[in-house]
Unconditional design. Sequence first.
Length: 340
Amino acid sequence: MSHYHRFPQTSKTDGFTLVELLVACAVLMTILVVIFNIVSQTSNLWRSTSSKITAFQNARAAFEAVTRNLSQATLNHYVDYYDANWKHTTGSGGVAANYGRFSELEFVSGPAVELLPSSSGKVTHAVFFQAPLGRTDDSTLRIESPGMLNAVGYFVEFGPASTYSQIPKFLQGRTATDQPGFRLVEWVQPSEKLTIYDASYNAGQQWAWFQQALAGSPYCRVMAENIIALVILPKGADNAALGTKYAYDSTTSTYVEDRSYLLPPLLQVTMVAIDEDSAQRLRDVYGMSQPPLVPAGAFQTIGDYDRDLAELEIVLAGNRGGPRLNYRVFSTTISTKEGG
């Protein structure tokens, strides 16, 4: 008797056709391309956002430092004698007939081209004053008298970073490029080298206490990179502008009761910054030359402030023929501790 073993029959299964394989590969490739684009865009957005945050964080830190130091400005005025024509008797040698405020200290702000001895590369405004910041070259003095008086100044300049060797703490660790660019510069004269009280140093020259001291750029440092504008607008206690022009000088040739040797009660401070990518675009277009960002004649008359700022933003947006730039406007109003 024979025994036969039957193997189970398997059902016939068709494989994928070539067309189906090609379609599947195409779908897979499409998905991979979409995923790659999403990852690439996310990475670019992250880098761009990080760059903007870092750039504008430095600008904001500088802006806060400027406004904080401005709020500490002092004149430390006192009552002294004036002659019949309201000239200071000590300075003019006249006979005392009146008395009023007087101070050897001074607060000066206005267009940089009017204040700085060399206006080359200087844009918008500058401000110079005294404040008890306690900065000295002698560490023992710093410990003993932390509130010692300093002469302080701020201005915006276009040029190489190598002009200034000192770097503030929040920029330490970042190698400053020596390529030309816009920068906010801080000048602080050490307490032991203060020249504002030296009559012979200031004899015959207005603003000599900071103009002569700035020669050779000692005690200047880059406060922040890519700052293209600084505007200082002095205001009264009622928030109204003190005059039609930005220029303000606490020292007057003839005594004025509501102006002489007084700080502006309020100061509106505006600063405009761009990011590093925008600065590079400017270098690509203009090379070593100073880019014409701030319109000619801007920020000269207080009544044109809004129009001047709007025109500057139009330029930065690339609507005047230049490259489109990423920018940020910082603005605040601070009070001075000795304002009238």
